[in-house]
Design a protein. Structure first.
Length: 323
């Protein structure tokens, strides 16, 4: 490998994690995000790894160039993705991604996770809400909120004016706020260390009650208007519509636990920046259970990803499971 090629590869690797995080937030699919990163690398390589190639000038700002390529690739995919999701069997949920310590060889694939706000930008509740935005609104929101781009930088990435970038961002925040208020999702999450500790304790109690099939104990952890969404992708038996209400949700979760013929155990791990349950049959991941906690100390929403295709990425990045 020539020195320039090696330097170009090293430069790309410095941005790989951020590119994956960008693509994942745009698409809600970890496997598609990996494809976007690979396609971006191929274009970077064809461009000479940022160096002069033929008549092409060297890339003066690799971060901006790579972000623009990855964003445009995502925008191309979002149109077809929206059509597929309209035909999806049951609720559609994003692919879960491990983000905790020991999350396999690619720890921290959703960086930047250095602030509470940026950690919240990969929460499943928010990623579901982002489906309500058009592709341009979603791109502006992700670049601004998760990666701290200025409107000038966003404008350069999307080839729009700064004024249009501001308009798209304002419209995205308004639409997300309206949907969140209507559906009571995506509100502020625990921010202080004490609140986070209490949230983890609540998730642990919820998961333990669900694993035991303890209906009374489970109901004690649930808000009165709690809702559960189950993404089985049409591949497994699962509720095709959201289940709402403390009693109905508790009975549904206990019933699902009792009717499975698998010898399941549930462990707690960090998924998309929040405590979640991993339902394991031996070493095989069969479901990810992500509770959303409220400031009142109750679980107000539960998202269950059980589609085998959506668990592949998380399975590969989980640490070895011991009995």
């Amino acid at each position: 490998m020539h020195a320039e090629e090696a330097g170009g590869s090293e430069e790309f690797e410095r941005h790989r994690t951020a590119l994956f995080g960008l693509a994942y937030r745009m698409l809600g699919s970890a496997e598609e995000a990996e494809d976007i990163v690979q396609d971006t690398y191929l274009r970077w390589h064809d461009r000479g790894g940022g160096h002069r190639r033929g008549d092409a000038e060297p890339v003066a700002a690799p971060r901006a160039w790579l972000a623009k390529v990855a964003t445009n690739l995502c925008l191309n995919r979002l149109t077809s993705a929206r059509a597929r999701r309209e035909r999806y069997a049951g609720p559609w949920l994003p692919e879960p991604v491990p983000t905790g310590t020991g999350a396999g060889p690619d720890q921290g694939p959703l960086d930047p996770l250095d602030t509470a706000e940026r950690r919240d930008s990969v929460a499943l509740a928010l990623l579901v809400l982002l489906e309500r935005l058009n592709p341009a609104e979603r791109a502006v929101f992700v670049l601004r909120e998760a990666f701290g781009y200025t409107h000038r930088e966003v404008a350069e990435v999307l080839a729009v004016s700064e004024a249009h970038s501001r308009q798209l961002h304002r419209r995205a925040r308004q639409r997300l706020g309206q949907v969140a208020a209507t559906r009571q999702v995506g509100a502020a999450r625990p921010s202080g260390e004490t609140d986070r500790t209490r949230g983890r304790a609540l998730v642990a109690r919820f998961l333990a009650a669900a694993e035991r099939g303890d209906l009374a104990a489970l109901e004690e952890t649930l808000a009165e208007d709690v809702t559960v969404w189950v993404d089985g992708g049409g591949r497994i038996r699962a509720a095709r519509r959201p289940v709402t209400g403390r009693s109905r949700v508790a009975h549904y979760l206990v019933g699902a636990r009792r009717t499975t013929d698998l010898d399941l155990r549930i462990t707690i791990s960090e998924i998309n920046g929040t405590p979640a349950g991993l339902a394991l049959a031996g070493s095989a991941l069969v479901a990810v259970v992500v509770p959303e906690t409220a400031p009142d100390g109750l679980v107000r929403a539960v998202r269950v990803i059980a589609s085998p295709e959506k668990l592949r990425f998380a399975q590969k990045r989980l640490p070895p499971v011991t009995a």
